[in-house]
Design a protein around this ligand. Structure first.
Ligand code: FPP
Length: 244
């Protein structure tokens, strides 16, 4: 194992031991259906989705979850109409402008996973600035997945491993050390809202031993109580990691 791989597999590798998951990831799905049910434009659903992001990130901190990863824009979302992509970018800009001070104050470390450098230059600059402003914090991690795709992440990790190591030294730890989530705790719980039961190219490697929870609630309706219920469901699961 390389020394970086050994480091990655060391301190951070311990999964949750109690009933509180250390790392929770959420596929925030159902904004469009939420809006449709109310005869509102899809934008209204995404806007309400941002409110849910705010509620859930606050509640995750209150519960003591160490890392929360949110799937805000997948590498496949470019296929949506230009207007919707632009609306999502607008909401991201707005979220950073309105919530960054709170994140800094609350000791949150903001991270971004995904190839967000393909976004408009002003958004890239805002993201880099926001990440830098929380860089001195040492509290919970809020990771936002932007233009993220797990297969692309794995292909990039494989390329980096191949450039550094002979084939027989490329093991699980070496790959893990090249993932964008390398400084996050192991993924304990992955939630998808809106009744769909797919991973949609999200954290495929990291989900290897995560508990999966699919809930019918549409993302804009997901609230503090829903997160607490999800954490309680996690606490009731038996994790065997392939053992008995
Ligand atoms: C899925 O709902 C949701 C998205 C593709 C985007 C999620 C984005 C947000 C919640 C807002 C931006 C986030 C931040 C962090 C500022 P959908 O549109 O696929 O819903 P549908 O399946 O019902 O149509």
């Amino acid at each position: 194992m390389s020394s970086t791989a050994a480091q990655a597999a060391g301190a951070l590798a311990a999964p949750a031991t109690g009933t509180i998951p250390r790392h929770v990831a959420i596929i925030m799905d159902g904004n469009g259906r939420w809006a449709k049910k109310r005869f509102l434009p899809r934008f209204a659903g995404h806007k309400a989705g941002v409110e849910a992001v705010r509620r859930v990130t606050r509640e995750a901190r209150a519960i003591g979850i160490e890392a929360l990863t949110l799937y805000a824009f997948s590498s496949e979302n470019w296929r949506r109409p230009e207007e919707e992509v632009s609306d999502l970018m607008g909401l991201l800009r707005h979220f950073i402008r309105s919530d960054l001070d709170e994140l800094v104050r609350e000791n949150v470390r903001l991270r971004v996973i995904g190839d967000y450098r393909r976004f408009a230059p002003d958004v890239v600059e805002m993201i880099d600035d926001a990440v830098a402003r929380t860089g001195g914090n040492d509290g919970p991690i809020l990771a936002i997945a932007l233009n993220y795709g797990a297969q692309a992440e794995l292909a990039a990790a494989a390329r980096r491993c191949a450039a550094k190591l002979p084939p027989d030294r490329i093991d699980e730890a070496a790959i893990e050390a090249e993932l964008q989530t390398r400084d996050l705790p192991p993924l304990d719980l992955l939630i998808r809202t809106s009744g769909e039961q797919r991973l949609s190219n999200f954290l495929l490697w990291q989900a290897a031993y995560a508990e999966l929870l699919f809930v019918d609630t549409l993302w804009p309706d997901f609230d503090e109580a829903a997160l607490r219920e999800a954490v309680a469901a996690f606490g009731g699961r038996q994790r065997r990691y392939g053992g008995l």
